[in-house]
Design a protein around this ligand. Structure first.
Ligand code: HEM
Length: 511
């Protein structure tokens, strides 16, 4: 080896060292990003995440202990800034809400399902998002509309109770999650399309939309867009699933459109258009002009209605399942709740939407469930509208900002015995006066906070309250003999019970 070779080797080693340093140190440096775990060249922390084979939420929980209230993870080409403290979440989402109100870029797969970000949850912060969200709020969840559509919940809950009775008769126990998903899904389909459809059709839609959710959860190409051409098979599968989604929902769009255009005449099909013209969410979308796109096409209509069904089904069903787990495990809480329900409607009365609003213990049980088991541990990914600072660090415009809101509900500095399930804390303890919107401070924000807060917070809570009250009013819930419930949690879009809750139901009123 002559001197020239040695010189080349020397510079190559220096280059390699600098290159490794550049890629492996996540935070600090000239970019002044928040600190974070050292990564590997090019793929950053992605390799470590994949090798751990644990849901991301559990990895983040461990990293929070080491890196504190704000840290960076370099996931391939994507920079994730994770924010975990109550103060920083409040500063970003509420005090400086508009600055952090956007959404990051979507992967090619997600773009297929959102028709290029034409959905409330994925639209960037701007005129399209504003128009879609305003329409959603005025047409779907204003108090008059909610009242007008209360018959839908009454109908779905009657079916729900009958289905539970049948399942208990056939199997000796009932599965909570699958039944609640089906019922909530049927309510949301009817709110969107105004149609009462058969249980088989509801199951078909539910299953396709569940596949859509799984398909759109982050995967390798989301973090390494340069590798997208290598994932042609996944892209093809996504397009096939989108076709299936359209085949499932476009007929409903067309039937509703025909119903509206005919002035409310029945089409003679097996689908009963039960909501009057104007009462279904989709009726408002037929005529809506959105900035940059004009009138919405069938593809966009399917995306916007799927968004409602997806956003509202798992979140509410998960909450009911966790609440019932605690009621099954703690009969004292269940009896206290049953007593309250009977005080309001009697043993044989029917629990209505007006009744549940007045039940304070029910409210406390549901709030404690949202605190102890927030359906999503992160709100959806946010993005800054332009490069900014948070906690003294730079937040690049193209970074995904992830708010780990579940941590604040586990923080022993904020909650007494945070791991205990104690509904009473919302009547006389540390939960009284908690602002779940996060406006006055972030102590629990199961619906997010600020500009992007869940627009259907009251509707979601109503669904949970009603389901729970009706189920406890109709049956006493007890463990399956020899098979006590397992409270282990896992991630499946929302944070669910790893082994879905099964329980024996005993009719409260014999007859
Ligand atoms: C227990 C029930 C529910 C929970 C816990 C829940 C929770 C959430 C959360 C955490 C977000 C993200 C907020 C953010 O990114 O900062 C969100 C957004 C959203 N939710 Fe809900 N949700 C529930 C029910 C519903 C229902 C029933 C619907 C529809 C009828 C719905 C529609 C939406 C929409 C459209 C967004 C996107 C808002 C935006 O980006 O501007 N949610 N929800």
């Amino acid at each position: 080896m002559d001197f020239k070779d040695l010189l080349v080797l020397f510079f190559a080693l220096i280059f390699l060292r600098l290159w490794w340093r550049y890629w492996s140190i996540t935070g600090g440096g000239p970019k002044n990003l928040p600190p974070g775990p050292p990564g590997w060249p090019i793929i950053g922390n992605l390799g470590q995440i994949i090798l751990q084979r644990r849901p991301f939420i559990f990895i983040v929980r461990d990293l929070r202990a080491k890196y504190g209230p704000i840290f960076t993870m370099q996931m391939g080409q994507r920079t994730l800034v994770i924010v975990t403290s109550s103060e920083l979440i409040h500063e970003a989402l509420v005090q400086r809400g508009p600055e952090f109100a956007s959404r990051p870029a979507d992967s090619p797969i997600r773009l297929i399902f959102s028709v290029g970000k034409c959905a409330i949850n994925s639209a960037v912060y701007g005129p399209l998002w504003r128009t879609l969200r305003r329409n959603f709020v005025t047409e779907l969840i204003n108090p008059n509309r909610v009242k007008q559509c209360s018959w839908i919940r009454k109908w779905a809950l009657e079916n729900h109770i009958k289905r539970l009775q049948k399942e208990a008769f056939e199997k000796g126990f009932v599965e909570v999650m699958s039944n609640c998903r089906l019922t909530i899904c049927s309510v949301l389909i009817c709110l969107c399309f105004g149609a009462k459809i058969s249980e088989d059709e509801i199951k078909k839609i539910e299953s396709v939309l569940k596949d859509v959710m799984l398909m759109t959860t982050p995967k390798l190409p989301d973090f390494m867009p340069v590798l997208t051409p290598l994932f042609r098979k996944q892209l093809k599968e996504a397009k096939e699933l989108r076709k299936k989604q359209l085949e499932c929902l476009v007929p409903l769009v067309r039937r509703r459109k025909a119903f509206v255009e005919s002035g409310g005449k029945s089409s003679g099909t097996n689908v009963e258009m039960a909501s009057p013209i104007g009462a279904a969410y989709i009726d408002s979308l037929f005529g809506l002009e959105v900035p940059g796109r004009g009138k919405l096409g069938e593809e966009e209509l399917v995306t916007l209605c799927s968004e409602v069904i997806n956003a509202g089904t798992d979140t509410s069903a998960t909450t009911v399942e966790w609440a019932l787990l605690h009621l099954v495990m703690n009969q004292e809480i269940q009896e206290k709740l049953y007593k309250e329900i009977v005080e309001h409607v009697g043993k044989e009365g029917l629990v209505t939407e007006n009744d549940v609003e007045k039940m304070s213990y029910l409210g406390a049980v549901v709030k404690e469930t949202f605190r102890r088991h927030p359906p999503s541990h992160f709100v959806l990914s946010h993005a800054a509208t332009k490069e900014t600072k948070l906690g003294g660090y730079n937040i690049p415009e193209d970074a995904s900002v992830e708010f780990y809101t579940a941590w604040v509900t586990e923080d022993p500095g904020m909650w007494e015995d945070p791991n205990e399930f104690k509904p009473e804390r919302f009547l006389v303890g540390d939960g009284v006066d908690v602002d779940v919107t996060g406006n006055r401070g972030v102590k629990m924000v199961p619906f997010g906070a600020g500009r992007r807060i869940c627009p259907a917070m009251t509707l979601g809570t109503l669904h949970v309250n009603l389901l729970l009250a009706r189920m406890v009013h109709a049956f006493k819930w007890v463990p399956v003999p020899g098979a006590p419930p397992d409270p282990t949690a896992t991630f499946a879009f929302t944070v669910v019970m790893q082994n879905p809750l099964k329980a024996v139901i005993l009719p409260r009123v014999k007859g």
